[in-house]
Design a binder for this molecule. Structure first.
Ligand code: CU
Length: 326
């Protein structure tokens, strides 16, 4: 009787043994990895937790990173195992054992990935709807609105009331300004928000497309001329936050950064009253508060431009009275 091939027999046994230890190691390392990612790395993931939308995004990133950890661990473990144990020995010219289909593994793979993808679709939908959007602009008529707030035809605001605080964000080459319609409609370069109060950003532009990106608030909404793009959030912690333009909008795009501040409610109220009084003369010159502005149709803008020295090609608003402009 011919002796059995020591190579094929050894390889088949070896594969079973390797498979067992790979599985054990993968489970152990995945549990450790998931705990480290969820509990240690998670609280440090961007964009932090300064607002409700930022915290929600941080939770989502933590969940996704934790789910991805066993996959990453599996790939690295398999790669490391192959490098260490399956490398070709010097002088070994034999072929490895042939691979065949394995119905169990294939079925498990398809079922597992299908469950992960479908579960994430459900999770993603819930995470989109429950915080009234994902911190990005939802267009002029959002489908989801924060519960318990009135978001239209609002003329006054008080902390804890049902009227949501409205802040209009106006992008133009190359600066951000902010209008507060519930405080007389003044326009300022300072972005102040009260802590613990829901905010509705009404984002628009006077010229090209910009993108309002309050990074640590987890808010990023395109600023389109002639359009109101609404985004909601609730600041959770006082302190400064960064604002950038996230849409290449011209040569000084990079200088469209700004620092906003989340204040206590009394400090915010004091700021609004002081700013309203301080800017009263300028507010009178502004066009009436609107969801968006057409610079070619706003009669006051020519006068303001002249005051500010902004007329002429390439400077500030389009001015229909300016012969240098088409
Ligand atoms: Cu810009």
């Amino acid at each position: 009787m011919a002796a059995e091939s020591p190579i094929s027999e050894g390889t088949a046994n070896g594969r079973r043994r390797d498979g067992f230890w790979l599985l054990v190691l993968w489970i152990v390392l995945s549990v450790i990895g998931c705990l480290l990612v969820a509990l240690v790395l998670g609280p440090h993931l961007p964009p932090g937790d300064q607002s409700s939308s930022a915290a929600s995004q941080q939770t989502d990133f933590t969940v996704l990173s934790t789910i991805a950890t066993p996959v990453v661990v599996g790939v690295l473990l398999y790669l490391g195992w192959a490098l260490v144990f399956w490398r070709q020995q010097p002088g070994d010219e034999t072929d490895a054992a042939p691979l065949h289909g394995h119905t169990g593994i294939q079925t498990t793979w398809i079922a597992g990935t299908a469950v992960i993808v479908l579960a994430l679709a459900v999770y993603g939908t819930i995470e989109l709807v429950s915080p009234a959007g994902a911190g990005a602009g939802e267009g002029p008529q959002p489908i989801w609105k924060p519960a318990g707030t009135t978001t239209s035809s609002v003329t006054t605001w008080s902390a804890g009331g049902s009227n949501i605080l409205q802040v209009q964000v106006i992008g133009q080459q190359w600066a951000w300004t902010y209008r507060y319609p519930q405080f007389g409609g003044f326009e300022t370069t300072q972005l102040m928000l009260p802590v613990g109060q829901p905010v509705q950003f009404n984002v628009t532009s006077l010229d090209v497309i910009h993108s309002f990106w309050a990074y640590t608030l987890g808010v990023k909404a395109d600023a389109n001329p002639g359009l109101n793009n609404v985004a909601y959030t609730t600041p959770q912690h006082t302190g400064y936050f960064q604002v950038r333009c996230s849409e290449l909008c011209g040569i000084w795009h990079g200088s469209m950064y700004d620092t906003g501040d989340v204040l206590s409610v009394p400090a915010f109220m004091a700021w609004t009253q002081a700013t309203k009084a301080q800017l009263a003369d300028v507010t009178k010159l502004l066009p009436p508060y609107a969801a968006s502005y057409d610079p070619t149709a706003v009669s006051n803008m020519g006068a303001i431009n002249t005051k500010l020295g902004l007329t002429g090609a390439g400077g500030g608003f389009y001015n229909p009275a300016d012969p240098e402009q088409p």
